[in-house]
Structure formats: C-alpha cells, structure tokens
Write a new protein. Structure first.
Length: 451
C-alpha cells in the first residue's frame, strides 16, 4: 500500500483492532435465543455502543426491534452543511455448527497462517471494526468531513427483519445521502470489489402428511403412503437432471455480464471434492448472481441411529429459494408454494408457509459515491481497479433502505471474500483486507465529502 497519512494511521491501529475484534468475537451473539443466551447478544450490543460513545458519537442507543433483538445506533456530527453517510454492519453471527470441527475454538480469535479465525471475524464483527478504524484514521488526519450514522444490527443472520420493521416505523432515523453496507466482500483477496447486486430470498417450510400415525413397514409398507417418500419426490422435483433449479413458472435463463468467476477457482473456493461436478448450466457467475437457486436447508425425519421399521406419517423440510434482481421475491414465493402442491404425489396433504425472505437488490453504479469509492480503492489497493460483482446472498435491509430513501446511494463492501468461509467452520478474516478496506472507507468518506 502506498504511503499516505491515513494508511499509516490505520497500520498503527491494527494491534488495537485485533484486540477489539478478539473481545467482540468472544460474545456468542447468535440471535437464536433457543440455542444461545440472549445475554451474549446483549453483551455484544453494549460493546458496540460503548465503542461508539468512546469515539464521540451522540444519541447512542440500543434499539429494541420487533423481533426481540437490539440494533445499536449512533450519530456523529460533522461540519455544518456536510453530507450524511450511514455505515452498516451487524454484530450477530451464525451458529458455529460443529464446534469440534473447528481447528481452534470458534469464539476465540486465533491467528493462524496469517489469518484471524473466529465466528464473525469476517461476517460481520470485522465490519464493525472496519468502520471504527476508518473513523479513527480520519479523526487523526484532519477530522471526519461528513455527518456519520452507524447502525449495527442484531439479527441479520436470522432473517427475522427486526431492523427493517424498525426503520419503516422510524423513517427519519437512518436517513442519509449514502449508505455503506459493510457486509459484503472482495471477489478475492487483494481485488477491490463493490457488490452491485444481491439475490433476494424466500424461506418456505413444507409439511407433508399421509397417515394418522406411523405404521409397521412390514405389515403396511408397499401400500401405505410414506410421507417421507412423498417429501423426497417433491424436493427432487425442484431440480433438473443437471441440478438447475426448476420451479414451475420461474425462469432460469438470465445471464451475468459483469465480472466472471473462473470455474476452477470456484471449485477451489467452494472446496468441491475431486470428481464431483458443479450443478446448473451457464457460467458460474450466471448461476450465482443472475439465476434462481433452491437449497434444501433441513429435513425433519427420523435419524439413522435409532430408526425403527416404520412407514412415516409426516415429514417436513425447510427450503431456501434465492432469486436474482428483476424477480419479485413475493411472486417467487407463490410460485414455489404452488410448485410444491402440484408435485406432491399420491394425494398427500401438503402445507407450506413462508418463514422468512427479502427482495433482491441492484445498485446504481453510475452515482458519484461509486466514483468516490473507486478513487479510494485505487489508493488502498495500488495497481488494482475497483470491480463490480454480484453476491448470491441476501441483505433484505438494502431494499428497505432503498425504498425509504430513494435518493440515497448504496454501496456494499466488506471482508467476506471466499477464503473467509463465512457461515462455515473455521471462518476467518484477512487482517490485510481489514487494513486496506479501512483505508478505502476512510478515503471514500473524504472523497465523497468533496464530491
């Protein structure tokens, strides 16, 4: 990184950043209070609130959102007449999954091979630290030239929409000229990237019932309708032979015309086993960013250990459907539910309900904020031009903010590049990426103030 005062300040702050991220990662802030104590999330929220107060933020508050979680808000007054920038991150994290599969404990930040490992290190507690680093660097080098609002969400990973509903009920709170969502990531380490599209999502729970109760498979199997077998048939109908998503009425032919994803690199990033093929058709970018994708997230059925010779009377599954920009998530939900009903065999009773979701997002990349970010990233990543990529994941808040503030510019950056393995075991963050992106965000705020 070329020498400049902001970069030098961020570099000097990195030991403090590691110490703070260690503290923040230690909170088991999973917003599923049936699995993890609510006090862990409350502890993380208070940590963020205290950090904002220490930086001089005013009106710092823990917002009680309708889903029973808390989002942390703070406002930092800038020069008179300055623009307002909203910085977003979330402090809640995914469950650690199988803790025994982690090389080091998931809630203890640990350095290994030049990366910092821990749940939330990249997604998205590292994003909180990134915002703090950027603001501290500006304070040490002439001051912060914009009004800054910070919002740290407490339930983003659960998809329960608490902050979205709160923002709709208090539309003035998050109003800004530009929003920087710190919950995305570079296409690969060292390649500065702004995410310009997000797929939308719907979560649907389906239940199939065939009998009043389980039956002995020897006495009744062969004629008695098996609910688990029916469910398997239904789930199989959601994919074509090549693995493409096939929901009746939902197109699977759109293409991505931006940055492409090399298939070999994707296999490496996704850790696909040797000899196992990828699914779907078209380019990898088409499949990830421009087309719908269905995933069976879970099935309720007897485990293999302890299973009895029974015909199952009922079975359930949780299905995720990602939809690209241009497809209405509500309409996609209706199509998915209609598909499930149409493909349920043997007259079995089927019931489905939506349990989560959000619309897709497409940014206006021609806006002044994008030029300000491109100039900033060119300094933070010498010799690299800013790239535009899609993201297969969903951040429903983006659409809420776009609807509430149609004139606001929205940029998505962050630390969740492929090596970070977010949502998986051994999640990690690159400290070099944290440093560079903090520099980029600081320079962006300065550039944007003068644009």
């Amino acid at each position: 990184m070329s020498s400049n005062p902001v970069a030098e300040t961020v570099a000097a702050l990195m030991p403090r950043a590691r110490a703070e991220l260690t503290e923040l990662v230690a909170f088991k802030s999973v917003a599923d209070f049936d699995q993890f104590p609510k006090s862990e999330s409350e502890g993380a929220a208070n940590w963020v609130a205290d950090a904002l107060r220490a930086e001089g933020f005013q009106d710092v508050a823990l917002l009680d959102t309708p889903d029973g979680t808390q989002s942390v808000y703070g406002y930092l007054l800038g020069p008179e007449g300055a623009k307002t920038v909203l910085l977003y991150a979330h402090y809640d994290v995914q469950p650690p999954l199988d803790e025994a599969a982690w090389t080091t404990p998931p809630f203890e930040l640990t350095e290994r091979d030049g990366r910092w490992y821990g749940r939330g290190a990249a997604d998205c507690k590292g994003g909180v630290i990134m915002h703090l680093l950027a603001l501290r660097a500006l304070k040490a080098n002439g001051g912060i030239p914009v009004h800054v609002k910070v919002i740290a969400e407490g339930s983003e990973e659960m998809g329960t929409g608490g902050l979205e509903r709160y923002a709709e009920e208090h539309p003035e709170l998050l109003e800004a000229d530009t929003v920087v969502i710190g919950d995305a990531g570079n296409f690969r380490v060292g390649l500065p990237t702004v995410t310009s599209t997000l797929r939308g999502m719907t979560l649907v729970r389906v239940r199939i019932d065939t009998l009043e109760g389980n039956l002995h498979s020897g006495q009744f199997g062969g004629a008695a309708p098996d609910a688990l077998g029916a469910l398997i048939r239904v789930l199989d109908s959601l994919r074509a032979e090549d693995g493409s998503t096939t929901v009746d009425g939902l197109t699977d032919e759109t293409s991505w015309d931006g940055l492409q994803y090399d298939e070999g690199q994707f296999r490496t990033d996704a850790k696909v086993l040797d000899g196992v093929g990828l699914i779907g058709s078209g380019t990898v970018a088409d499949r990830l960013w421009a087309r719908p994708a269905v995933t069976v997230l879970g099935i309720d059925c007897p485990p293999v250990v302890g299973a009895t010779p029974s015909v199952q009377a009922s079975a359930r599954a949780l299905i995720s459907l990602r939809v690209p920009p241009g497809v209405d998530a509500a309409e996609a939900t209706k199509l998915l539910q209609a598909h499930l009903e149409a493909h349920t065999p043997w007259g079995a009773r089927v019931h489905s309900e939506q349990v989560g979701g959000g619309q897709a997002f497409r940014a206006d990349t021609s806006s002044p904020a994008y030029q300000a970010m491109a100039d900033a990233m060119a300094v933070a990543y010498p010799g690299q031009d800013m790239q535009y990529a899609g993201q297969g994941g969903s951040i429903p808040l983006c659409n809420t903010l776009a609807a509430l503030y149609p004139n606001a510019e929205i940029l998505l950056i962050g630390l969740s590049e492929p090596e970070a393995q977010i949502h998986a075991v051994n999640e990690s963050v690159s400290p070099q990426e944290l440093e560079r992106l903090s520099v980029a965000e600081a320079l962006f705020l300065r550039n944007y103030a003068g644009s």
